[in-house]
Design a binder for this molecule. Sequence first.
Ligand SMILES: [Zn+2]
Ligand SMILES: [Zn+2]
Length: 667
Amino acid sequence: MGIVPACVAQVALDVPLDMAFDFRLPPGVSATPGTLVVVPFGRTQRVGVVVGLAAQSQVPEGRLRDVVRVVDDLAALDEQTLGLLSFCAQYYQRPLGEVLLTSLPPRLRQARRRRLRLPEPHAAPPHVIPDTAPTLTTEQADAVGRLRQHLGQFRASLLHGVTGSGKTEVYLQLIEAALALDKRALMLVPEIGLTPQLEGRVRARFPGERIALLHSQLGEGARAAEWVAAQSGSARIVLGTRLAALAPVPGLGLIVIDEEHDASYKQQDGLRYSARDVAIRRAQLAGVPVILGSATPSLESWANAAAGRYDLVSLTRRAMPDARLPRVSPVDTRADRPAEGLSNALLRALKDRVARGEQSLVFVNRRGFSPVLFCRACAWHAECTRCSANLVLHREDGRLRCHQCGLARPTPARCGQCGSPDLAPVGHGTQRLEEALHAALPGARIARVDRDAAARRGAVAATLAKLAAGSLDIVVGTQMLAKGHDFPRLTLVGIVDADAALYAADFRASERLFALLSQVAGRAGRAGTGGEVLIQTDFPGHPLYAAVAAHDYAGFAEACLAERRSASWPPYAHLAILRAESRDKALALAFLRTAARIARGLGSPVEVFDPVPAAVERRAGLERMQLLVRASSRQALQPFLARWREALDQRAERRVRWALDIDPLDT
Ligand SMILES: [Zn+2]
Ligand SMILES: [Zn+2]
């Protein structure tokens, strides 16, 4: 121990170590927990967050380095945000420094950057055309009345509303009520749900408010500016995707989680957090209500409502006068064999709509032209050399692409195995359906919306604008089209190739399929015109399709929950997955075998499965394996995970990359 320094800052940095580093605060420089500082790190400098202060350090005087400077154009992270982020670090088993730093926009993590210009309080953009609240339906008014009572206290409510029932209007009125109490509101939407349409609606309703918009598609400068607008309190409404769940919002009064069942709320790498679960925790810490909205709630939330942990508020009818839920019928594709993906029944229905000047949506959850290129002579098919995945044919540019790793190569003229030129695309993607529709319905105005189309800047927005303006007859698309859009003239939805998901191995597959089909079906007939949905299937009698047709979420959920209970899957159990990847499969497997042995040796009340290959076994040249553990409660799982991780940290094997995934969505 050297001479006692005047003051020592304990600084968390984004390093893979669960510890804080001591730095000397130069005389006259002060900091509090949450202050951002620039510190020397090796030969470079880094931004860190002060997590503690001490009178002296264990680090010998000669080796204790000075804080370079305090970041003074940004306020310290407040206590509530620090509390939330520490909770995340602990719960998701990640180093605190990593969590604190990755919660900041990339620009604010840079040790050298230009000074920020702080936003003007409440400055709203000038070009918004204000919009007034519509008259609520009785159900909506009841919902607003009930939910408003919770302002000022923690309460989780599940707003279960059928598609088109006007959930967004309920959120907007509650946000208004929170603002009237001089509180701020945080609204989370899934990645795919944050459409210009929704953003415009929020802006139009609150024309005088500065709204902070937080999502990963923003440029670095804009993202930092929006984050600062949230942190400084200049914005009273914070609207964003999952990363907004971690942004500081002072004087928070309300949290809304739209489409709470959506898988994009779960981060799939680094801090693998569930923004929904974190937001609920946040509401609890802040003592404010949280509203989870969905037409097809996650089974976790539905079970919470059934158990009385959440309030259940239902909207059972569509909000527009005369708008009914669409009529959903299966098309038996064993009898009506689709040619080029389209059954006669669907084609007839499409023709009718085109003739009547109504719009249709053809949904297939697969982009590209065809998912497999087969050799008819020897049954060889094109596979990615780096992944265990088929290469998808994209005819626009004549390339085969891997949807896992992005590998692209020219379409071969001959079979890679026997040399036969007889190569056939099998299965239908969006591009192939678009082509088939052009051929079958000459003259119809057809467009496509999927990730390939979205790669061209503004292309999707332009298509959606055309659809809204009525200058399109048919749009072909993936789940990008499934939610968040209102097209009054859209009266027909055709669903192609949904069957594959019926028998997927993942225990969540049917929950996801039901939600997806209900969302897509929900696009039809949202205004007064009656909507129709045709599902092409080889299994027209399948109970899942029957439940979609009956718009019977509750019945479907109860049947699913009964299955989950008997098989001990969530929400009746809690899971964690240890994921490992390596160039060498044997190493990944050996690592997981050791991990399983350690886990079993800890004597915790958890069930440790055997290592298995991941769903996509090889991706970008890495072999991927996983190990599942299951516990009856979080209280049993959490202490086990902490001990397990500590033991695994000590076995670091450089050639194996591993990570814990708590409450995984993909098993
Ligand atoms: Zn061949
Ligand atoms: Zn690949």
